[in-house]
Design a protein around this ligand. Structure first.
Ligand code: GLN
Length: 278
């Protein structure tokens, strides 16, 4: 069966995602896990989005992506895709910010969010561009799904963080606006959209799952007030999932390591099969 995966190509590292998706598609074919005909394509218009079964929103600059999306009338189609029809969507870095229901360090009215993940992200948590860094991550969900070659305790996932956000709060899943969040200073929220009733039968909107953490960064955080807030043992939350929406703070598209892309495409296969079953 054919599956079309789009990468939002308004700004940022979309070409790199397409490249890794192609590699991941080949790995899936050679592992013989699933025989599919994959199409990976850049998405700039509503029509292109509508043809997709799943979508990646890349890293880049979330304010720029949001602005271009607004100007090209893509914000509502994107909200529809993520929150109403609930198709599989993965956001990396700026993409995670756009998929959050709330983002801080943002001027009110300064940018629009798509939403879909009940979290508040702290934009630029680690500071400016010069404070970008790489870190070895353990992501147990990869091993659980795909076994030894994906064992990050032996072969860690080298992750690149560039002005990266973290998930600083898991929010309750409430119907309607996240009012407490809306009342906070320098915090923007996404407009709520109700899930399509037919889709709601298959997709249960449970709580947000924490999929990955970055331990031991506390020492690198300069400001003391922030330092106290962090739980050094547990580490910052840098990967989350809620039903159809997955988000990572870092940029797997810049590493050349296709393991997360392989895993995510397998999730897409499951979601598409669920949706297409008679
Ligand atoms: N912090 C950036 C933003 O607000 C995201 C950075 C990135 O995607 N590398 O969009």
């Amino acid at each position: 069966m054919d599956i079309t995966v789009g990468v939002l190509a308004l700004q940022g590292a979309f070409k790199e995602h397409i490249q890794l998706l192609r590699e991941a598609g080949q790995i899936l074919a050679s592992k013989d896990i699933v025989k599919r005909k994959w199409t990976f394509k850049e998405v700039r218009t509503e029509q292109e989005l509508t043809s997709c079964d799943a979508l990646i929103i890349p890293g880049g600059e979330s304010t720029a992506i949001s602005l271009v999306a607004q100007r090209s009338n893509m914000l509502e189609p994107l909200r529809d895709f993520v929150k109403v029809t609930r198709k599989p969507t993965w956001g990396t870095c700026a993409g995670l910010i756009l998929l959050a229901e709330a983002a801080n360090q943002t001027k009110k009215g300064g940018q629009e969010l798509i939403g879909g993940l009940d979290v508040r992200v702290n934009r630029n948590h680690f500071g400016r561009q010069v404070e970008s860094f790489q870190a070895d991550l353990e992501l147990p969900f990869l091993y659980q799904a795909d076994g030894e070659d994906f064992d990050t305790s032996r072969n860690p996932f080298r992750a690149i963080f560039i002005r990266a956000p973290i998930v600083e709060k898991l929010l309750p899943h409430v119907p309607g606006i996240q009012q407490d969040e809306a009342n906070m200073d320098e915090t923007v929220i996404a407009p709520s959209r109700a899930i399509d009733e037919a889709v709601a039968k298959d997709i249960k909107l449970a709580d947000v799952e924490i999929m990955g953490r970055l331990p031991g960064r506390t020492a690198a955080v300069k400001d003391d007030a922030t330092k106290e807030k962090l739980d050094a043992e547990a580490g910052d939350i840098i990967a989350v999932r809620q039903a159809n929406v997955f988000g990572t703070s870092f940029h797997p598209e810049l590493t050349g390591d296709p393991r997360i892309h392989v895993w995510w495409l397998e999730q897409v296969v499951e979601a598409v099969d669920r949706r297409r079953k008679p």
